[in-house]
Design a protein around this ligand. Sequence first.
Ligand code: RIB
Ligand code: CA
Length: 301
Amino acid sequence: MKKIPLIIDCDPGVDDALAIILANSIEGIDIKAITTVSGNARIEYTTRNALLIAELLDLDCIIAKGAEEPLVKPLLTGTNIHGHDGLGGCVKLFPNEIRKKLSKENAVTVMRDILINSDEKISIAAVGPLTNIAMLLKVYPEVKEKIEQISVMGGAIDNGNITACSEFNFYADPEAASIVFNSGVPLIMAGLNLTNNATLTEEELKEMKAIKTRLADIAVQMTSGYISKDAAIHDPCAILAISNPEIFEYKDLYIQIDTRDGITRGMSYADYRKNYKSNCKVLTKLDVDKFRNFMVRSLRV
Ligand code: RIB
Ligand code: CA
């Protein structure tokens, strides 16, 4: 089977962790690297968490640390949803010896090297603030032709979560989001309008509990705490949009992001004028039963 080479740029984060676990379980995905950015927690925590997840899964891929702060805006972290340690207070359940080594190169350099040296196009799943991705595209524009697509969890074409208008990842670094959405690279946007439907019921949690492995037990613990604060499992949608696009519907729309301070900071707004140009496939519908099946199966590896 031809695999999809994938870089996951993330801010683990509980739903980021579930996205990595999901990607690891999908036969058709070859994770080339996990790169970290500040967001759900400060960079030292999101990077440690990425190493913990890689250790738990025994992932054979590069782990690289990325941006500590947004391009322009002051650092904002979402620890209220993801807990003080970024993983819902579950860090203590992960392996306490991390043998996986962090790359000596930063995330942007690692992404650039993978893309330039690859003989095939690479997909990127970006599920945190887009700081690393924006820097990659600005510093190394030559890599654009080596990017198959960037599947972004971020934004919304209806309401926000961090504010009425804006979703957390785009609010945290709106300049970065604006750079990515004006880069010309093929984009898929899994915004809150879509991901808020990505939920698990007690039925799935019961099935997950019945698996009784360390991975499943940790995932259940992380998820149970997380969904009590945010019912939606956002980030895995960006993975499935790459591996299983058939479970989604989408619209080709022209999306821009407001970088100004104020009530619309980070807002992603769509231009619905007929036949207007498009810069993004905006996911609009999810087959939630199939989503739930993927999430339960991801723990049966
Ligand atoms: O708004 C949801 C997004 O913000 C998710 O990626 C979550 O992990 C946080 O980063
Ligand atoms: Ca995230």
